[in-house]
Write a protein that binds this ligand. Structure first.
Ligand code: ADP
Length: 329
């Protein structure tokens, strides 16, 4: 029996290099060896992106870009989260044993409160509970995600284990974050501050669908500084971020070449950024072309989503039947 894998991406905009290297690249690699469920997290998107007029387009972006990245809908189950209402039911049950204190301590909740203090809704607070339901509904053990989701995975294990203890069962297995690379990936943004994100502004992210000229412009504008003033100097955050980006998209030799130039104070940021932009263009080229083709075929996209929803519901309904019986309904 193959191990089960679940992961999703919020339908809050176009996919960027962080989504690709943190999550989708692993999805594509995992699909032959595992029983994979990859979903479009439209329920999660409502915490921050509730505009009805944008919902459909954003769901389509993620679906198209999953397919363009190489996820095979015959091999993996691709579905829209809201097409599987059993997830919302499991979320409700798990909420009964998720505590305010632990939810308030989540780093992503604190970040969201800080960035938007006027919209601290209960959905934001209980985001990790819905994420636990997403994973536990298929009893998954491996979850390909970026570094920013590590704490949520720990919470998913806590909620699953708590359910098991409460109902004296070993029903839910423990899910762990997964990546083929040595460590979980964190792709920084171009603004010199934090991670690349869909909601951090256009200039911060390089999207899989960006054309070469847009990529060049964004990278050339990325925050840098006047250059190192001493040999072997540690790098300030914006520069370290650009090197981290290069480590992800460029070859090891190219990365090492610019590391050496930096250490010897011979780096020219113009050349460095040009190389970074060209490597990003090469890395995204195959997806960029496929995105345009796949986006035109609405009937194919509807068929993929319908087929995926049927498969995902079959698994989710089985879990919900068993969970209800454990609860005593
Ligand atoms: P975003 O933060 O852009 O809204 P999501 O929250 O929908 O994206 O995250 C979807 C997946 O992409 C998750 O597995 C997350 O860990 C991964 N991810 C998002 N941003 C990054 C990043 N900058 N580096 C690595 N992985 C990332």
């Amino acid at each position: 029996m193959k191990e089960t894998v679940v992961s999703g991406i919020r339908s809050t905009g176009k996919l960027h290099l962080g989504n690709y290297y943190g999550a989708v690249k692993n999805f594509v690699q995992m699909q032959n060896d595992y029983n994979c469920y990859f979903f479009i997290a439209d329920l999660h998107s409502l915490t921050t992106h509730p505009t009805p007029a944008d919902l459909h387009g954003n769901i389509k972006h993620v679906l198209v870009e999953y397919l363009a990245s190489g996820i095979d809908p015959e091999n993996s189950t691709i579905y829209i989260q809201s097409d599987v209402p059993e997830i919302a039911e499991l979320y409700l049950y798990l909420n009964m044993n998720a505590y305010m204190g632990e939810l308030e301590r989540s780093t992503s909740f604190k970040d969201k409160v800080r960035s938007n203090p006027d919209n601290v809704n209960a959905g934001l607070l209980t985001y990790p509970v819905l994420m636990a339901a997403d994973i536990l509904i298929h009893k998954a053990t491996k979850v390909p995600v970026g570094k920013d989701q590590e704490q949520h995975l720990e919470m998913a294990r806590t909620f699953g284990n708590r359910f098991n203890r409460l109902y004296n069962t070993e029903y839910f297995p423990e899910p762990y974050a997964f990546s083929y690379s040595e460590k979980l990936v964190k792709v920084p943004g171009l603004d010199g501050k934090g991670k690349m994100g869909k909601s951090e502004g256009e200039a911060n992210a390089v999207y899989l669908s960006d054309d070469p000229e847009t990529i060049r412009k964004k990278v050339m504008k990325a925050v840098s500084d006047g250059g190192p003033t001493e040999e072997n100097q540690p790098k300030p955050e914006p520069i370290q971020n650009l090197f981290d980006l290069m480590k992800v998209v460029s070859s090891a030799d190219t990365h090492q070449h610019f590391e050496d130039l930096y250490s010897k104070m011979q780096i020219r940021y113009g050349d460095f950024k040009k190389q970074l932009a060209e490597d990003m263009i090469i890395a995204t080229a195959p997806m960029r072309e496929r995105i345009q083709d796949i986006a035109k075929d609405d009937s194919y996209l509807r068929q993929v989503a319908k087929h995926g929803a049927l498969k995902a519901r079959e698994s989710a309904q089985k879990t919900i039947r068993e969970v209800r019986s454990l609860i005593g309904f």
